[in-house]
Ligand binder design. Structure first.
Ligand SMILES: [Zn+2]
Length: 496
């Protein structure tokens, strides 16, 4: 993972220079960047680029740690995929304050965006956020506010000085950089508010537009001159809003209100999500959970080996992969040809367990047989695969096991039933190879060339003579390839 994120970072870096070319490369991509990795203020930034170009919306949550409605909502968008436009999502701007469930640690992070000269982790994070704000076309800072905002004084809990259930802007419009026309913040916010309020039953909790008029001499919110949204308004000249769910509401409602707000802003900006999001990442198994003779299950990692005794009963309970659905296991030579998950299988010889996601093979673990016959002392041990490059073949001839070295010959009688059960390939997953009996087609519907596991009946006319030496129908070979290149062979000589 680290490697690919590094490559992506480099790609994003290169792309800042080669904007035109790379806008193609980065389209339809997710880029996860980690700032201050390993420090307590580690900062995760997710850039989601739609397949079609468009506006960029920045969503920041958790700038103050005691406002979960905001960062939990932002979290959902980190996994988004877009058809058009872009999102930059910072779910947890101030992670230390979230861990403590406090508004601030050293200083209020949302009061450090103007002439700040105190250096601490908050200022380091703010410097990153400032760049992200100026990269965007619109910015939402997700908060929870105390009380409920109302343009008129109604009570101590509901009045013009309260923040809850409002969308805050620093002005009714923002000038827009250079020659660009002004953007009507109030109009944008009111469109969004209309959409949020459709989902709110209690009229007392309706959202309202809350214009702080931050730069006006008589503004009651002068402290907002130091906020992130004012920085966006004043320096980056983009529309920016504080979205405030009232602290007193149930958490789920607070999160939902933020989601309604984000969705409505995306609609205004013509940022279109993919529904459902399609992320066809390569399936990768990480672990298998296996028990032996009903012991407490052990965790066996990809390409690791589990040592058992001849005759032990194994049971695969689960596999952990980068997918949750479509998973199965195949214990080679045992169980059935579909799924061996949760089956109790007696193992008498070394074998391999293949994890699959649908029909993709996504990882293997090995079962080794301990030759020492000490069934009384059952100690499960998991070890790494040996670094051997030597390829060996595990064959079954009329049900009898035969191991064959690479480039070796096997004599069989015509009529013998041959199964190429597996290959042993050291540190490389044997699933990555293709083992092809030339002249035999295992899967007629989909001839991938892979012939492991099929019963090759040599009595019938199933073998194609033209693949044999001198087309005499006697000397065949099994070719093993890795990524299309030959890595091994064995020769099958049929005696008459
Ligand atoms: Zn806040």
């Amino acid at each position: 993972m680290k490697n690919s994120s590094y490559i992506r970072k480099m790609l994003a870096f290169a792309c800042s220079f080669l904007l035109l070319i790379c806008s193609q490369v980065l389209a339809g991509q997710k880029i996860h960047t980690v700032f201050f990795e390993g420090e307590e203020n580690e900062l995760h930034v997710y850039r989601i680029n739609g397949s079609k170009p468009g506006k960029t919306l920045l969503i920041i949550g958790g700038i103050q740690g005691d406002e979960p409605g905001g960062f939990l909502a932002a979290d959902f968008y980190a996994d988004f995929l877009l058809e058009k436009g872009n999102l930059i999502v910072v779910p947890r701007a101030n992670f230390p304050s979230i861990l403590k469930k406090e508004r601030k640690i050293n200083q209020d992070m949302n009061r450090k965006f103007l002439d700040d000269n105190v250096s601490n982790y908050e200022s380091k994070v703010v410097n990153v956020l400032k760049k992200l704000i100026c990269e965007s076309d619109c910015f939402l800072n997700l908060h929870e506010g105390s009380g409920i905002y109302s343009s008129k004084w109604e009570s101590d809990k509901k009045n013009p000085k309260r923040f809850g259930q409002s969308i805050i802007a620093d002005d009714s419009e923002v000038k827009g950089s250079d020659s660009k026309e002004s953007i009507h913040l109030e109009r944008m916010a009111k469109k969004v508010i209309e959409k949020i309020n459709r989902h709110i039953e209690n009229k007392e909790h309706f959202f309202h537009f809350n214009n702080h008029r931050t730069n006006d001499p008589d503004s009651v919110h002068k402290e907002q001159l130091r906020s992130a949204t004012y920085y966006a308004y004043h320096i980056c000249k983009i529309p920016a809003f504080g979205i405030e769910s009232a602290k007193s509401l149930p958490l789920e409602q607070k999160v939902r209100q933020h989601i309604y707000a984000i969705n409505a802003f995306m609609e205004i900006l013509d940022i279109i999500p993919q529904t459902p999001g399609i992320d066809l990442k390569k399936p990768e198994m990480q672990y298998m959970i296996i028990s032996v003779n009903d012991s407490i299950p052990v965790v066996v990692g990809k390409m690791q080996r589990l040592k058992i005794h001849k005759g032990d009963t194994i049971q695969i309970h689960d596999i952990i992969a980068n997918y949750e659905r479509g998973l199965s296991v195949d214990v080679i030579g045992l169980g059935n040809q579909f799924n061996d998950m949760k089956k109790r299988l007696v193992v008498n010889e070394p074998t391999r367990i293949v994890a699959k996601k649908d029909f993709y093979k996504c990882g293997s673990v090995f079962l080794d047989i301990d030759s020492k016959d000490s069934k009384a002392v059952m100690q499960l041990s998991v070890s790494e695969s040996k670094q051997t490059q030597i390829l060996r073949y595990k064959l079954k001839i009329n049900g009898k096991l035969k191991m064959v070295d690479n480039y070796g010959h096997v004599d069989i009688q015509r009529g013998d039933k041959l199964v190429i059960e597996d290959i042993l390939a050291g540190k490389v997953d044997p699933s990555k190879y293709i083992v092809n009996f030339k002249g035999f087609v295992g899967n007629l519907a989909n001839n991938s060339g892979e012939d492991r596991g099929y019963v090759i009946d040599t009595s019938k006319e199933v073998l194609m003579k033209r693949y044999s030496l001198n087309k005499r129908g006697r000397n065949y070979y099994v070719l093993t390839t890795l990524n299309g290149k030959e890595v091994g062979k064995i020769f099958i000589d049929i005696q008459l």
